[in-house]
Design a protein around this ligand. Structure first.
Ligand SMILES: [Mg+2]
Length: 238
């Protein structure tokens, strides 16, 4: 099989994201509370609930997590008694604080070496539904670009970020393999477009349905080079 390009999901594909988000969420909220003392009236659960409600009220922006955070925080701080100016100011600095913490993450130890090796054989792009900014991470230089699908208002499983990535990588579905941990947002949409897929079954639960053609199950990104050797019939060493 001839493959020319790889697209990568980021969160939970190249690092374990849950501990990163839990820490970022707790710490930025505690920091804000230290500045303005809002958390006794508006605990973290209230902020979470407001973000979810806002996402339901604005379905097009449901994947634009930074916007949801900002808007939910602003209205909450108005309800706490801040005027518009103060509410905007504090929500802005709180989100910036959150984003700093959100980028304090450790990619899997093998990730950089694997990407380095793959980049000499394939063109690499990233597609994320999350609000990680790849340019703030050391892994950035392996990729030609990163598509923030949520901020494009077309979060995966929407086909558009996949099609845009292939257009930029000069590839077509049959010559492109997508790597990701989500069955619904990575494996299914990429397979439906006719791409090859390395589905990383992080939880080891197995596919929730019959495995579509072209979907290969891995348990960790470290298994990716061996899969690519098997699929392409070529050695990868540069
Ligand atoms: Mg993911």
């Amino acid at each position: 099989m001839r493959l020319t390009a790889l697209t990568f999901d980021l969160d939970d594909t190249l690092w374990a994201n849950r501990p990163v988000m839990e820490r970022a969420e707790e710490e930025h909220y505690a920091w804000l509370d230290g500045e303005i003392g809002h958390a006794a009236s508006f605990p973290l659960e209230e902020y979470t609930r407001r973000r979810m409600t806002l996402g339901l009220e604005h379905p097009l922006r449901r994947g634009d997590f930074t916007w949801l955070r900002h808007e939910a925080m602003k209205t909450m701080l108005r309800d706490f008694g801040h005027d518009d100016h103060e509410a905007s100011h504090w929500s802005q600095v709180a989100i910036e604080r959150f984003l700093v913490l959100r980028h304090e993450l450790n990619p899997f130890p093998e990730a950089s070496g694997i990407l380095e090796e793959l980049a000499s054989h394939f063109r690499l792009g990233a597609i994320t539904n999350g609000n990680v900014d790849l340019t703030r991470l050391a892994l950035d230089h392996h990729f030609e670009f990163s598509i923030a699908a949520g901020e494009w208002l077309a979060p995966k499983p929407d086909a558009r970020p996949f099609l845009a990535a292939m257009a930029r990588l000069g590839s077509v579905p049959s010559t492109t393999l997508h790597v990701g941990d989500s069955w619904k947002e990575d494996a299914l949409p990429a397979a439906r477009l006719g791409m090859q897929v390395a589905w990383i079954d992080v939880k080891g639960l197995g596919a929730p349905g019959p495995l579509p053609a072209g979907v290969h199950v891995l348990s960790h990104v470290r298994e990716l080079p061996a899969l690519l050797i098997r699929l392409t019939g070529q050695a990868l060493s540069s």
